[in-house]
Write a protein that binds this ligand. Structure first.
Ligand code: ZN
Length: 428
């Protein structure tokens, strides 16, 4: 079947394949062992809540069970054995055996030369260890793992893994900074971060991608700081043309969250048509009674030019709505909240009983714009330049270092970046 493919194509394909295999080998053999060897903070991620029982099994290793504040192994479970955990009175019942207390710690022990062991929890794969806690009549499962392993299961859930490597690297640094800055956010519930959009979406080992592994490894330990402190590395989908001052969204000033101009303007356009009767009703429900809408006063959208009712980014400060029984000024943020608009960057026109809304961008507009980062990366901007563009005046600091990979230093991988060529360099 391959007879008609030119020889050089085969050679090229084979060298690409060999290179890819080398990269895979490097990531699957080198990455885990080095990551374990280097110090880095571990993160505790709430991965499941609200179940009365859970099933887990150790993969590529044996499982061991410890109780709260106890280093003594209470039980062993062989590789792939199912472990059924349920609440029983003042403790737990695990595979029919009773254990006292409120916490079970499951660790997986590496077996022989197997690659890195994991847990399978309710059909999903997780690196690191699992802690199961009682919360009333329900169980909370916490995945405890290294920051870098957490990022491997996070970055590809927050940004498409097939995006430009520099955009992925920028996202990796922002996600790492966000995670470390917001540790203990769920302390009352017994973990650091949840696995949803409330914190950052984390999918475990099933949601890892080679491109993301490269991005994480190539930015190993790097975080964003401002005046020596971790920043609040917020990000959003698309600014639509220019990012925003934090005070115009949150009402408080954050020095590094300031307008940054995008490569392209009026991106990610969206439309909404709202009948006047619906707007009247929504306004009335929110205590903004104007009777029936007759007129809207709003300066037409221009990105980069401030006006009496628009910020420099073009986002709406406030729009004036004149009705037959009253007039109100409504802020862009309030309009977005009331009508679930994708952004506060829009024009509004009233015609024949309908308000047509033409908007751009998606999200609050603070910090890194993901689509913007992708556009800049495609133009050749590097991840550190992208980050400094979106977070004004920040420094990229290496919090923890990957040991210098001597063994692979002279490897020649032909396709684009090879994480180990740059790993270990300092950005501080
Ligand atoms: Zn959360």
């Amino acid at each position: 079947m391959n007879a008609r493919i030119p020889v050089w194509t085969n050679i090229r394909a084979m060298s690409l394949l060999a290179c890819s295999l080398l990269c895979v080998l490097v990531l699957f053999v080198f990455f885990p062992s080095q990551i374990e060897a280097a110090w880095q903070p571990s993160l505790e991620i709430g991965v499941q809540t609200g179940e009365a029982s859970v099933d887990l099994r150790p993969v590529r290793g044996d499982g061991v069970l410890f109780l709260q504040d106890d280093n003594k192994i209470q039980a062993r479970y062989s590789m792939a054995q199912n472990i059924h955990v349920e609440i029983q009175g003042k403790g737990f019942r695990v595979n029919g055996k009773s254990f006292p207390g409120d916490i079970l710690n499951f660790k997986v022990e590496k077996k022989g030369n197997s690659s890195k062991p994991r847990w399978n929890l309710q059909g999903k794969s997780y690196r690191g260890n699992l802690r199961i806690m009682k919360r009333g009549t329900k169980l909370v499962v916490v995945n405890i793992l290294s920051t870098e392993d957490y990022l491997r299961g996070t970055v590809g859930k927050e940004m498409p893994p097939d995006w430009n490597e520099e955009a992925l690297k920028a996202q990796a640094v922002a996600a790492r900074t966000f995670a470390l800055k917001n540790r203990k956010r769920h302390a009352k519930e017994g973990f650091d971060l949840c696995n949803t959009t409330h914190c950052q979406v984390y999918g475990g080992a099933d949601d890892e991608h080679l491109s993301v592994d490269h991005a994480v490894l190539d930015t190993y330990g790097e975080v964003l700081t401002y005046q020596g402190k971790l920043i609040e590395a917020v990000f959003h989908t698309d600014s639509g043309g220019m990012t925003e001052y934090s005070r115009n969204v949150w009402g408080t000033d954050v020095a590094y969250l300031a307008p940054a101009k995008e490569e392209k303007q009026k991106t990610m356009s969206w439309n909404e048509n709202i009948p006047v009767a619906k707007l009247d009703a929504v306004f009335a429900k929110n205590g903004l009674s104007i009777g029936s809408l007759k007129r809207i006063e709003l300066t037409p959208l221009t990105i980069g030019k401030e006006s009496k009712d628009r910020f420099q980014s073009g986002r709406i400060k406030s729009a004036k709505f004149v009705g037959d029984k009253g007039t109100v000024n409504v802020s862009g943020n309030k309009l977005r909240e009331m009508f679930a608009f994708r952004s506060t960057l829009f024009d509004m026109h009233l015609s024949h009983g309908t308000i047509s809304v033409q908007g751009y961008g998606r999200g609050h507009g603070l910090g890194l714009s993901q689509h913007g980062a992708q556009a800049f990366a495609k133009k050749g901007m590097k991840y550190d330049e992208i980050l400094k563009h979106y977070y004004r005046g920040v420094t990229i600091k290496k919090l923890f270092k990957l040991p210098t990979p001597k063994r692979w230093a002279d490897s020649t991988c032909g396709h684009g970046i090879h994480p180990l060529h740059t790993a270990g360099r300092s950005q501080a």
